[in-house]
Design a protein around this ligand. Sequence first.
Ligand SMILES: C[S@@+](CC[C@H](N)C(=O)[O-])C[C@H]1O[C@@H](n2cnc3c(N)ncnc32)[C@H](O)[C@@H]1O
Length: 222
Amino acid sequence: MRLPLFFLLPCLLAAQDATAPPATYEGRTIAQTMHWQGAGWLIRHKREREEAATRMREELRLKPGMAVCDLGSGNGYHTLPMAEEVGAEGKVYAIDIQPEMLDLLRQRADGRNLENIECIVSTPLDPKIPAGSCDLILLVDVYHEFSHPVEMLAGIRKALKPDGTVVLVEYRAEDESVPIKPEHKMSKAQITRELNLNGFKLVREFDGLPWQHMMFFGRAEP
Ligand SMILES: C[S@@+](CC[C@H](N)C(=O)[O-])C[C@H]1O[C@@H](n2cnc3c(N)ncnc32)[C@H](O)[C@@H]1O
């Protein structure tokens, strides 16, 4: 299948050394990190229609006062509306390994009177979310890029409140018509296997998005 250039561009602008051999986890090739110079793609006009982004966020069922995290926030496409939904009594941790992404997020937030966003630069081994802090942690188009999924999932698990939820939104690997490179897609079976191996259980799914899986996981008891 031929892919349009604008789908490939962010992948081509990868943040890591493109000559390094690809890493794998549980038989899956880990994708390269999308470089911050491709961040314009994340706020393209067509994204709302292509991904039904508002509908996706409705499924998060955010309420005023909640503490949530947009992990791998990029330039804040989802962070800003999430901050409006949880309101002044709530909190959004916007976390990314690329400080430039968070600079772009701050520029986009400027003038919107959103005092409830805390930007944190993380590392590939540690999401740096405060322990026990979050009702919900959202990862949109991010998990498949984690170079160290085991360590990241351990950090996410620690950061959730006991009844907290982590939500993975990933392009569907089972669907050839989704115009995204294979290593930037994931199947439901692969997502479930990797999360189960790291102390999570599937608690809910939403199958109504045009291109993506949306899967909700809670902490499994050890
Ligand atoms: C494809 S972008 C998606 C951005 C945003 N979630 C969105 O939907 O617009 C992936 C983002 O994940 C970040 N990322 C990759 N690995 C990460 C990690 N281990 N911890 C935090 N962020 C990470 C990248 O820097 C990049 O900003």
